[in-house]
Design a protein around this ligand. Sequence first.
Ligand SMILES: Nc1ncnc2c1ncn2[C@@H]1O[C@H](COP(=O)(O)OP(=O)(O)OP(=O)(O)O)[C@@H](O)[C@H]1O
Length: 834
Amino acid sequence: MAAPPARAPPAPAPASHPHPLLLLRLRPPARIIFPPARRRARLAAVAAATATAAAASVAPDDISQLNYRLRAIVRRRDAAASSSSSSSSPPVDPAQAEAYLRMIRDQQRLGLSQLRGGTGGGGGAGGEGDGDGDEEGETRRKGVAAGSSLGHRVDPRELEPGEYVVHKKVGVGKFACISAEDGVDYVFIQYADAMAKLAVDQAARMLYRYNLPHEKKRPRNLSKLNDPSTWEKRRLKGKLAVQKMVVNLMELYLQRMRQSRPPYPKPVALDEFAAEFPYEPTPDQCQAFIDVEKDLTERETPMDRLICGDVGFGKTEVAMRAIFIVVSAGYQAMVLAPTVILAKQHYDVMTERFANYPGIKVAIFSGAQSKEEKDELITKIKDGDLHIIVGTHALLTERMAYNNLGLLVVDEEQKFGVQQKEKIASYKASIDVLTLSATPIPRTLYLALTGFRDASLMSTPPPERVAVKTYVSAFSKERALSAIKFELQRGGQVFYVVPRIKAIDDVLQFLKNSLPDVPIAVAHGKKMSRNIQLAMEKFANREVKILVCTHIIESGIDIANANTMIVQFAELFGLAQLYQLRGRVGRSGREGFAYLFYTDKSLLSRVATDRLGAIEEHSELGQGFHVAEKDMGIRGFGSLFGDQQSGDVANVGIDLFFDMLFDSLSKVDQFCLVPVPYKDVQLDINISPHLSSEYISYLENPVELLNEAAKAAEKDLWTLIQFTEDLRRRYGKEPRDMELLLKKLYVRRMAADLGISRIYPSGKMIFMKTNMNKKVFRLMTEAMTSETHRNSLLFVGKEIKAELLVSLPDTLLLNWLFHCLADCYAVIPALVRY
Ligand SMILES: Nc1ncnc2c1ncn2[C@@H]1O[C@H](COP(=O)(O)OP(=O)(O)OP(=O)(O)O)[C@@H](O)[C@H]1O
C-alpha cells in the first residue's frame, strides 16, 4: 500500500471508470465532501486513537483474530523447522514438491530395505494397502526380515503367556497359550470379556505385537471381543495421529527445500583424492560417497545427510570426500567432535589424508588451547587462511566468524548438549551438514527410517574385520588379569573402562599391584584436557599399554593396536554406550575381546540384565541398528516418539502403529490439496456491502485501495493479511460494511486455498464444491478447534456439506463461512496446500 502524501488532497474517484467493487458496494453519497488536509489529519488521529482504545478495551475482531492466529502458526512452524525467520510462508512449488516426494519415497525404499535386512520389505514403505486406503496394507507384512525388531511378523509359537498382542479387527488382548483341538493348533487370546480362539496360521497373519522387544509396557485396557466399536475408534484415532505425524514430517522436510544454494562444482582432483584412499572401499562406503557427492554437486538445497554406519565401518572417509568437494570450491569446512580426544584424532587423520594438498590447511580448535592460541586461530579462520577446522563444541562459540563456511560435519550429534544441538540445527538452514553416527538416536533413526531425513546406511564392514568376542560375567580379578595378560603377550594394548571417576583409583591400585612393570595411564573427563591428550598420545604411540579411563573414549577412538577392553561395573552403562565402547576394539584385522563385568548378579535390575544380554547377543559385526532398536525397546517407545505420540502408540501398540505409519507414508501424496484459482471461486451469497460516504471520503484513494484489496486477495492470503493490517494501521478499524467486504475477500481466498470452487447455500445447508479428498478432509476436521464447525461438516461425493441449525440471512452466513473456513485453513498444514 503506498504511503499517503502528507498534505495533498485526496483524489476523487474517477467518474468515468468506476471500480467494479465500488459499483457494487458503494452507496452513492448525497454529496461527497473531501475534507481539507487539517481535518483529515484530525480525523486520522481520532480514528487511530479510537483504534488504539478499541484494541485496548475491546476483544479483537474476527479478522484480526484470524490474522493473529495464522501468523502465530507460521511463526511456530518456522521455529520448528529452524529455518531462517520469515514473516510469511510462501506456497511450495508443486513441481519441486513432487520431486521431493519422489526423493522421500526412494529414501524410504532404501532405508527400509536395509533396516529390514535387505529383503526390501515388499518395496520399502510402498506397501500395498487395500483399494480405499482405509485398511493398512496387509501384504506389507510379507517379506519383512525376521531379524529386525521393526518387522511386523508375529510367530505365535514364540509368544510367551501374558504377552500383549493386537488383532487388527478385535484389538488388544493377552496371549494365553497354544492348544490343540481335533488335531489343529489354536492360539488362545484373553480379551476383557472373553477368550478368543484363532488357528495358528491365521494368528500369524493377523496378530501384531503390542510392545517392542524387551518392552513390558501394559496397555491401558484390554479390548472387548464382543464390542469391536471401542477398538475401532481407538484404531481410527491412532491412524489419524499417524497421518498427522506424516503430514507434519513432510512439512518440516519441505521447509528445508525452500533453502537453496548453487551446487558445488565437482573438483577436478576428486578422482585423484579418492584413489589415495589406502583401502578398497566397502560397497556401502561407495554408495555413501555417491550420495554425498550428489547432494553437493547436483542438488540445489543444502545437504542434511546422516551417515549411519556401525562402529569402525569407515564413516570418516565419507566425511573427508565431502570436505574435499567443499574445500576445493573455496569454502571452509568445520568438523565438530564430541570430545577433545576425538577432535585430536580427526585432526591427525585429516592432516595426513590432505597432506598431498598443501593448499588445504587443517587446524584444530578446542577448549584445551590457550586464549592466545585460540585468538590467533579465530583470526585465521575469519581471514580464510584455514580451510578445515576440527574441534569440539568450543567451535560453536559466538566469537567464531568464518570467512566462507560451506560444510559442517558433526560426529555423534547425540553427544552434544541441547543448546549445542540447537546451534547445529541453526546451521542447517544455510550450509551443508553431514552427520556421522554409529548408534543413531531413536529419533534420528526414525527420521531416517521414514525417509524424512537423507541417510546413507553403512552396514558392510571393511574386509578382514572380525567380530569382537564379548563376554559378560560377574567381576573377577583373575579373569580381568588373564585377559589383560593375553593381550599384552601378543603385543597389544588394553582399555580398562569404569563408569565413575571414583572407581579409577581402586582400579589403578589393583593393576599396579598386579602388573608392576606395565606402563599405565589414566584418562577421564575431569582431568585437564591437556593431560588427557598426553595420555592418549602415549597410548596411541604404544608407550602406555593400559589406559584406565571413563567412557570418555567411547566415541570414535581408533587405535588399531588396542584390542582388549575390560569394562568394570558394566551394569551402569547404557546399551548404546556399551556398544560404542566395544567398538573401540577389533578395528583392524586383529581379533578384539570385550569383557563386560557386572558387580553382582543378584543386584542387577531387569533393565541392566536386558542391556547386558542384548550386547552379548549382538556381537556380530554390523549390529548397530539392531542395538538402536533394542535400545528403543528397553527405553520404551516414549523415547522414539514424542510424549504426544507415545499416547497414540499406546493406543494401538507399536507394530500396528508402524504398519499404519508405513502405509500412510506410502500414500503420502494423497495428503495434498490442490488450490483452485482465486478467480474460479464462485460465492453465491448475495451481499453487496455499501460503504458509507463518510468512510469513502475519509479514505485516501478509495478506488485504488479497493483495487489493492482485490489484488491482495487474488495473490495469496498473506498479502491479504498484510493489506488489512496496513489498512488498519493507516485508517483505524474499518466500519462494518468494509469489514464485510474484506470478509468476502477472505472467504474467497481461503476457499481457493482449500480447493473449494463454489459455495452456495440452500435452506439450512451450505454446499462447498471441492477437489479436496476425503483423507485431507478427515485430517482437517479432526484437527479443527471448533467442535460446532467440525460437527456440522460432512464430506459427500465432491462436496463438503455444512448443516446449520437454521437458515441464516446472508450477512450471518458470510460470517459463519468466514469462521468455518478460517478454522479449516488454520489447521491444514502448509505442506498439503500446494
Ligand atoms: N574400506 C576400508 N577397509 C579397511 N579399513 C578401512 C576401510 N575404511 C576405513 N577403514 C579403517 O577403519 C578404521 C575405522 O574407520 P573410521 O574411523 O572411519 O570408522 P567410523 O565409522 O568413523 O567409526 P566410529 O563410529 O567408531 O568412529 C580406520 O582405521 C580406517 O582407516
